[in-house]
Design a protein around this ligand. Structure first.
Ligand code: ADP
Ligand code: MG
Length: 277
């Protein structure tokens, strides 16, 4: 096994034609890794992704080869997957207004070129889920992109398929999560192309790092929403006075514990399974 890449959260190894994606307990905010890990986070995200790959298998092929055929030291936090040629865009679907989408809407009335009705507020449900891609860069911050940008990068037919698949995965994810009282406000997907040319769902899927999860019972447009995701860490980081440049400050123990509890709650509520990590 050969180490090929350190992501913000994952270590990636090559094993023959396969990749091993090993999720650490690192947490990143504004694309910067914080110095304090969140215990069990890597396992929670890995197991949630594996569960979703199963739920979505009829919509789109995925990169998963095995969640168990991994070295013992990485058990639970690693997946063996097919190595893909990654699409250089992050495929984001939004069903509600939050985060950078909210900012863009407030400034322009549109997100990624999709014009939205007037009068929406923070947390509003959109009339329909929208595809709001960004570029995917390995250093620095991803930049907003329009559907036309994606089409210019990968061709119109692939761009159309990416948009359709992203919205379909979002719809399925949102409706499954809604059964258990969770709103999926938005989610980020990554796709790759397999050696035989097939568009394939990769990376992590519908996790607390790649999505905004809100308790449906507490949803109230017009204010920030309670979240089962890393928004809690973002809020703490923003309130700490940190200027978003490295190095990031250590996370206090009570914020670590509350964040871990949110990751566990997201896993348990969405899958309906108890966390036995
Ligand atoms: N099947 C795959 N083939 C190749 N690369 C992949 C595959 N699945 C995920 N990746 C890439 O592996 C990396 C995952 O590590 P992560 O820590 O999440 O990185 P990042 O800091 O880029 O988010 C991402 O760059 C992602 O695009
Ligand atoms: Mg990532």
């Amino acid at each position: 096994m050969q180490h090929v890449y350190s992501g913000k959260v994952r270590e990636i190894y090559a094993d023959g034609d396969d990749l091993l994606l090993v999720a650490s307990d690192r947490v990143s905010v504004y694309d910067i890794v914080l110095p304090t890990p969140i215990p069990d986070k890597g396992k929670l995200l890995t197991q949630l992704s594996v569960w979703w790959f199963g739920q979505l298998a009829d919509i789109v092929p995925n990169h998963l080869v095995s969640a168990t055929d991994v070295p013992a030291e990485f058990e639970g936090r690693a997946v063996r997957c097919r190595r893909l040629e990654m699409v250089p865009f992050e495929c984001i679907a939004r069903g509600y207004l939050a985060g950078s989408g909210l900012k863009e809407y407030q400034a322009t009335g549109a997100i990624s070129g999709v014009v939205l009705p007037r009068g929406l507020v923070e947390g509003s449900r959109l009339p329909e889920p929208v595809f709001t891609p960004t570029t995917k860069v390995s250093e620095g911050h991803d930049a907003p992109a329009t559907f036309e940008d994606v089409a210019a990068g990968v061709g119109l037919s692939t761009a159309t398929r990416l948009r359709d698949l992203t919205l379909e995965v979002y719809r399925r994810g949102a409706s499954r999560a809604a059964e258990n009282g969770i709103i999926v406000a938005d989610t980020k997907l990554e796709f790759g192309v397999s050696p035989d040319g097939e568009l394939t769902l990769a990376d992590e899927v519908l996790t607390s790092d790649s999505s905004r999860f809100w308790p449906a019972a507490e949803w109230e447009p017009g204010r920030p929403q309670h979240a089962y995701d890393k928004q809690f860490v973002r809020d703490w980081a923003t309130g700490s006075g940190w200027d978003r440049n490295p190095p990031a400050p250590p996370i206090p123990a009570e914020v670590v514990e509350a964040t871990r509890a949110r990751y566990v709650a997201a896993y348990e509520k969405i899958t309906g399974l108890p966390w036995r990590g």
